[in-house]
Every structure is written in C-alpha cells, then in structure tokens.
Design a binder for this molecule. Structure first.
Ligand code: PRT
Ligand code: ZN
Length: 223
C-alpha cells in the first residue's frame, strides 16, 4: 500500500477556493465530488480531507492528517483551548499563505461611551473566539465577561446579549451595517499551512519538501 499524504482543507467557506487553487497551482490535481469527504489526487499519492475549518487544527495536532490549511485565528483559538484542557496542542507551522486575511477586533455600538479598553470592565463581550479574547483581556488587565456565540455575533449588542463584540473583520461592512465601530484589533490572521508535529515517513516528508518550494514559487509569482 502506498503511503498517501493527507491534507485537511475547508470543505466550503472563505478558504476553500483558494486552498484548492493553491494546491492546483503546485501541480497537485484533484477532482472533487461535492458530496464526498475525501478527494483523491489524480497526480500524486495525496488525499484531501474536506472538513469544517474548526476541525482542521485538531486533526493535525492529533496526527489524524499530515497537513492542514487553516486560518491562524482558528488555529490559535484551538491551540489555546487544547492547552487549557491539557490536550495535545503541538504542530509545525510551514507557511503563511497570504489569503484569508482578516483581523479579530473589538467593536462597540456607535452610541457607546467607550473610550478605552478599561471601559469594558464588568461588561459582556460576545465572541466566537473566547480563548483569544480572554488572553487579550487578561494581558490588558480588563475584567470583562465573554459570551460565547458560534454565529450572529454582530447582532448580540442589539439583542441585549452583550455590550461589545469581538469578531472577525475584513472590509468592516458588516460592523457598519450593524451600527458597530471597530475599536481594538486583538489578532491579525491569514491562512496558514501546518504539519503534524511528529515525524512522517520518508516518502511523505519528501512530498512535503517538494511542495513547499512550489508554494513559495506560486506566492512569489502573485506578488
Ligand atoms: O463551515 P466552516 O466552519 O468551515 O466555516 P466558517 O463559517 O466557520 O468560516 P468562514 O468560511 O466564514 O471563514 C473561514 C476563515 O476565513 C476564517 O476563520 C478566517 O480565517 C477567514 N476570514 C477572512 C474571514 C473573513 N475574512 C471574514 N470577513 N472569516 C469571516 N469573516 C466574516 C466577518 O466576521 C463578517 O461577519 O465575514 C463577514 C464579512 O466581513 P466584512 O468585514 O468584510 O463585512
Ligand atoms: Zn468554522
């Protein structure tokens, strides 16, 4: 049996198209069946595992897949969560991928009296990234409560669930549309290629070592 390299990518979402395009540009060809979790490469002994982005860091950290393409925001959130629960949290960062750029920011309603971070003391902040938010609040000595929401974070203040939010921003249009103003950037993110921490077979590692300069070449050509 050939030792196939497994790569986890986001099934459908903001990173999917560019993740596939990058692999294609590196000469790794796939034909994807939308209904299937796994896509076999037609050019290399490589399998793509198409999953929710939230599952990618854990799959790599647990050594279930060899490589993963994921947003640094999700990667760092999962890493902190795993450290907090004494789970394996190690991985090897390989390359920043220069797509999926965004920032995780604190935002408050336009009419808020907010002037500095300290004003959040005693207030509630809604977020999908409680670990990143808690670390930032702790580092800055602010005592705010985090309210965990997996979606619709931007409506939390209007719904009376929180006084502020901590959410991903790219253009800022969503904040604007919801009457929110961005105040502090707490984390900057892009997609990253990561590898499991333990060592791989020679064949698999050779494939990765061949892939990396191709990625560098693709990125250079885009600049
Ligand atoms: O289903 P699955 O769990 O895989 O997908 P998902 O819905 O959790 O993630 P998805 O596809 O929305 O985002 C995947 C990754 O893309 C994120 O984890 C980030 O690393 C990255 N990314 C880049 C973004 C954005 N830009 C972004 N703008 N993720 C989310 N957004 C949101 C933002 O929060 C806002 O609600 O998009 C909305 C529009 O943003 P504005 O500022 O342009 O209005
Ligand atoms: Zn997700």
């Amino acid at each position: 049996m050939t030792d196939r390299l497994t790569i986890a990518i986001q099934k459908s979402g903001r990173l999917s198209k560019e993740s596939m395009a990058l692999l294609n540009a590196c000469g790794v060809k796939f034909s994807v069946n939308e209904a299937r979790l796994i896509a076999h490469s037609t050019s290399h002994p490589i399998d793509l595992l198409r999953v929710r982005d939230d599952d990618i860091p854990g799959l790599v950290m647990d050594g279930v897949v060899d490589l993963g393409l994921v947003g640094e925001n999700v990667l760092e959130e999962v890493r902190l969560e795993r450290i907090a629960t004494d789970s394996v949290a190690a991985y090897q960062p390989l390359r920043g991928l220069e797509f999926g750029q965004c920032r995780l920011s604190l935002a408050v309603p336009r009419e808020s009296q907010y002037q500095s971070l300290q004003d959040l003391d005693g207030l509630r902040v809604a977020t999908t990234y409680p670990q990143l938010l808690k670390r930032y609040l702790k580092d800055n000595g602010v005592n705010a409560r985090t309210v965990m929401l997996t979606g619709s974070v931007e409506v939390a203040p209007r719904a009376g669930l929180a006084e502020a939010i901590c959410d991903l921003v790219s253009t800022g249009a969503t904040l604007e549309a919801n009457g929110l103003v961005e105040k502090d950037v707490i984390f900057r993110s892009q997609a990253q290629l990561i590898q499991r921490a333990d060592s791989l077979s020679e064949e698999k590692q050779a494939m990765i070592d061949q892939l990396l300069p191709r990625i560098d070449g693709v990125q250079m050509a885009r600049e």
